[in-house]
Write a protein that binds this ligand. Structure first.
Ligand SMILES: Cc1ncc(COP(=O)(O)O)c(C=O)c1O
Length: 451
């Protein structure tokens, strides 16, 4: 039901003027997609939005209408859409050299490897560059198996680690798994979800309790030895699930006891997004053996990486390992520029401050609207879980779709996720401001009120 008592929320002012759009019409683009692209493509919204321009935390459609991007191109825009510094560096590199592969020396990959390794704690100092998160996780699976000589891998239910033939096995949502053999040797432990799982946030031992399931799985469904354990630092696609304190510490101990290595998927959480630390795993007080990263690493460029220890890295030298676009001069130049901007613009701190302000706003929405069952996240990696009933926690899937659709009508784009598609995922570019948050909260307040 529309609530006409509210004035339309206004986006904060911006100096950016979008260019007049001169490309094919909305209808022509829709027809070409329908005719020439895979039917497996899914779009957001009943009438999909056509986005033709971006500037920092804002997006523009073909009519020049501005939206606040609360989802960052699926958590991929870290420093801001078409950030001028990144664009300039990429342009300069494009003019000099676009591609060679790693068979020749090039300064960008070497300098970028050094810069990225310097961002890592412990002995994590060897970088492999690839093009996507799925590729990074594929490579990490290979490394874990080769290094340990074991085959079995543990991943978590409700995880998303990619859609390639092998990473589909790590992913644990039926919605993303095709009916085809993909999970050889992969076993899924309980999701350490303090909202929906057996142990809640008031249970101080819940981290150890959920981790005990990892040990149980190792003991009962593997030969007692494993190659490794995959976990996101915070489950992203699964609906911004933040693990209880101590979970990864206990889980890692069980895995290492069984000869396995620990892999942290930082595809969504890395590069300061969680505000508390540069890497999501740091908030859990652990040091992984392998870290995979993608999305925010390139602010929209096809760049991903696996970083590991020199000892684990040696295993890939036993055969030829090659990736045509991995370490491409343009991607590496962009990756380097992203690290520079993160530092210059203090974006991790911005995530902490603006993210904290946003989470406070979400908590106020929860006090006011019964539909909000849970509010969670760290920094600008957040989620709002909608339920029909706070006691039964029955997922409010259809209501979530309505909120998400109406928010778009009011100029706010956010993500939707969780196994029941009842979690609003708010993971905007890291340059989000407090006035943007005021707009975002105002929109959600109106839309929740309309349900
Ligand atoms: C945590 C996580 N890992 C891996 C991936 C796969 O990345 P890509 O789509 O670049 O293959 C994703 C993508 O959403 C992700 O969220």
């Amino acid at each position: 039901m529309m609530n006409s008592a509210h004035p339309t929320p206004q986006l904060p002012p911006t100096d950016h003027q979008p260019k007049a759009y001169e490309g094919p019409s909305y209808e022509d683009v829709a027809a070409m997609r329908q005719r020439y692209l895979t039917p497996a493509l899914f779009t957001y919204y009943k009438k999909p939005v056509m986005i033709v321009e971006g500037h920092m935390q804002y997006l523009y459609d073909e009519t020049g209408r501005r939206y606040l991007d609360g989802f960052g191109g699926i958590v991929t825009i870290s420093v801001g859409h078409s950030h001028p510094y990144i664009m300039e560096k990429a342009r300069q590199q494009m003019e000099l050299l676009q591609h060679t592969t790693t068979i020749y020396y090039h300064p960008a990959i070497a300098e970028y490897g050094k810069l990225l390794a310097e961002k890592m704690p412990g002995d994590l100092s060897v970088c492999y560059f690839v093009n996507s998160g799925s590729e990074a996780n594929d490579l990490a699976m290979l490394m874990a198996r080769l290094y340990t000589g074991n085959y079995d891998l543990i991943s978590l239910r409700n995880a998303y680690h990619g859609g390639s033939a092998s990473t589909m096995g790590l992913t644990a949502h039926s919605t993303w798994k095709f009916n085809y053999p993909h999970s050889f040797g992969v076993h899924h432990a309980l999701a350490p979800d303090p909202y929906r799982g057996a142990w809640g946030r008031d249970d101080t031992e819940s981290g150890a309790q959920y981790a005990a399931d990892v040990q149980n799985l190792i003991q009962h469904v593997t030969p007692g030895k494993v190659a490794g354990f995959f976990a996101e630092a915070i489950q992203g696609v699964g609906g911004s699930v933040v693990y209880p304190n101590g979970y990864l510490k206990h889980a890692y101990a069980h895995v290492r006891e069984a000869g396995g290595v620990c892999i942290c998927d930082e595809v969504q959480t890395g590069f300061g997004r969680t505000g508390e630390a540069f890497w999501g795993f740091e908030s859990q007080g652990v040091l992984p053996d392998i870290v995979t990263m993608a999305k925010g690493i390139g602010n929209g460029a096809p760049l991903a990486a696996v970083v590991t220890t020199p000892e684990i890295a040696k295993t890939l030298a036993e055969r030829i390992h090659f990736n045509t676009f991995g370490g491409n001069p343009i991607s590496c130049t962009i990756g380097k520029a992203v690290l520079e901007v993160l530092e210059k613009e203090n974006l991790q701190r911005n995530c902490l401050e603006v993210g904290g302000y946003m989470l406070d706003g979400f908590r106020k929405l929860m006090e006011k609207h019964d539909i909000v069952g849970d509010v969670r996240g760290k920094g600008l990696m957040t989620g709002i879980e909608l339920v029909k009933d706070r006691v039964t926690k029955e997922p409010a899937t259809e209501e979530c779709a309505r909120v998400w659709e109406r928010a778009k009508d009011l100029g706010l784009l956010v993500g939707k996720g969780g196994f029941y598609a009842n979690v609003l995922r708010v993971k905007p570019p890291m340059c989000l401001t407090k006035p943007d948050v005021d707009f975002l909260i105002e929109v959600l307040d109106i839309v929740f009120g309309e349900l």
